[in-house]
Design a protein. Structure first.
Length: 503
């Protein structure tokens, strides 16, 4: 009995060579629709599926392979005499290889198509054939990955058939693909942040050098259903990325994306170590650098504007891991070539996460993204902040949201001078931030806190250290003590009513 291979693909990469090989190995090729025409136009001997089923394609191609003559040939266990007798009784020949990839539903998401248009990209026959083939992997070779063509060709050429190990691997890839494909469709149709079952449609785009530490393995996956700043970025130069690089890139670009003004953010170990706005990218960088020249060494620099040649020259003066921005001038790229290991990353998409995930042992915590700021600022002290102080307070608040809790940011003139975070005690974070700031400037400093003051100690220490204004969420049962501390020293304090913990 002649062996049969069924081919129905949207991705036709390397298909002709594979199909021609199968013909040379005496396989009868079955196909449908556009794939049938593509093979026929290129001189490949091919039989249309409707000639096997005895039934034409109907409903504008929605139904063409959903037929016992196809699925019976795929699903029959070759070692089961009853199975083989049944398909023989109905004139069904076994199908030994199934080569299918799916309608491009992933690729059509986020392209602005209407719901009716998107529905037509939901593949039904393809997943059905794939799942049937994968279930019967003891007897059937199922191929979804173009990269597997070569392996299958080599095994058939050398052994006359594929190995059970290869068939099992390919079957596993099928369920991996179809689960992600179905999850993408579910995500699109439900459009819920917290569905009953958490869908996952992530595709590996690169293996990483290692994880947080060299003994840990790591890979990077992108969401097939959504766009985002860390998806589809353009890798312009530099060595490969690490786990820590991507985490820090993500944070740095999220910080600069908070601002409409030209902004630079430096990040080290998932913590901002310098943030500033400027009249141009060079000024923003120089001001961000001034916050913590020691920590910025070996760090990551992000901008929310195009990086020019002058800024590139300044950046090249120190060792950096990554520069990330929405654009770079040709002059800047030429300058960066002097440091071949420096990674230059061009962002293609805006920050757009709606939910964030934290993996715990045996579970996953999901929450809506912290993408808000209070629109109800209340001055709770006798002294009102000046316009300049209020501007600096809002600036510092936008930064403190991205600093590990407990978090304090001290700033002035659109420039962070002291950042204290990750402390188990809020007064320690305040002491660190204020001390670092006062090494550089000693006037007009304001302080932002990510959460309320549980005691008056932070207000007392800030006032005694020369801080001129404070912004914090408020909400402590001892708020009045902090208000009293500020009133005693005649400095303004603003409550936001919105906490920004980041653990």
């Amino acid at each position: 009995m002649q062996k049969q291979a069924l081919i129905s693909v949207s991705d036709k990469s390397n298909l002709l060579e594979f199909a021609q090989f199968l013909v040379e190995q005496d396989y009868k090729i079955l196909s449908t629709g556009g794939t049938y025409k593509h093979l026929q136009d290129n001189g490949i001997e091919v039989t249309e599926v409707k000639d096997v089923t005895g039934f034409p394609e109907i409903l504008d191609g929605r139904v063409k392979s959903l037929h016992p003559a196809i699925h019976g040939g795929i699903m029959a266990r070759r070692s089961d005499e009853k199975h083989m007798a049944t398909i023989a009784e109905h004139g069904i020949n076994p199908i030994d290889i199934v080569i299918v990839n799916l309608y491009p539903f992933f690729e059509k998401m986020n392209t602005g198509l209407s719901e009716a248009e998107m529905i037509e990209f939901i593949d039904i026959g393809g997943p059905s054939m794939l799942r049937s083939s994968a279930k019967n992997f003891y007897d059937v070779t199922v191929v979804t990955d173009v990269n597997d063509y070569e392996t299958i060709i080599n095994e058939i050429r050398e052994n006359g058939s594929t190995s059970i190990a290869t068939r099992k691997l390919c079957a596993g890839k099928v369920f991996n693909l179809t689960s992600a494909y179905d999850a993408a469709i579910s995500t699109y149709i439900l459009n819920e942040d917290f569905p009953q079952f958490l869908e996952s449609s992530y595709e590996k785009v690169m293996d990483l050098r290692y994880g947080e530490n060299p003994h840990q393995k790591a890979a990077y996956y992108v969401d097939k259903t959504k766009n985002g700043a860390m998806k589809d970025f353009e890798y312009l130069q530099g060595k490969e990325l690490s786990f820590n690089n991507i985490r820090d890139m993500d944070l740095a670009y999220k910080v600069v994306s908070e601002f409409e003004e030209t902004t630079c953010c430096a990040v080290k170990h998932s913590t901002p170590c310098g943030v500033a706005i400027g009249d141009n990218v060079l000024e923003a960088y120089e001001k961000a650098y001034e916050c913590d020249p020691m920590s910025i060494f070996g760090g990551i620099i992000a901008f929310n504007r195009e990086v020019d040649g002058k800024t590139a020259v300044a950046l090249n003066k120190i060792f950096l891991e990554i520069v990330i921005a929405p654009a770079f001038t040709e002059e800047a790229l030429e300058v960066f070539k002097q440091k071949k290991n420096l990674r230059i990353i061009k962002v293609q998409n805006p920050v757009s996460d709606k939910v964030t995930y934290v993996k715990v042992d045996g579970g996953l915590i999901v929450q809506s993204t912290d993408n808000q700021f209070s629109q109800d600022l209340k001055v709770v002290t006798e002294v009102q902040p000046t316009d300049k102080q209020m501007t600096d307070l809002v600036f510092a608040q936008k930064i403190v949201k991205w600093v590990k809790s407990n978090a304090i940011v001290v700033a002035t003139n659109g420039q962070a001078y002291g950042i204290g975070g990750g402390q188990t005690n809020r007064i320690w974070a305040a002491q660190q931030a204020i001390a670092r700031a006062k090494e550089k400037v000693d006037q007009d400093l304001v302080l932002a806190s990510d959460a309320f003051f549980p005691f008056r100690d932070v207000a007392d220490y800030a006032a005694e250290s020369g801080i001129k204004a404070i912004i914090q969420p408020g909400g402590s049962i001892k708020d009045q003590e902090s208000i009293d501390a500020c009133n005693e020293r005649k400095i303004p304090m603003v409550f936001t009513g919105m906490r920004h913990f980041m653990h």
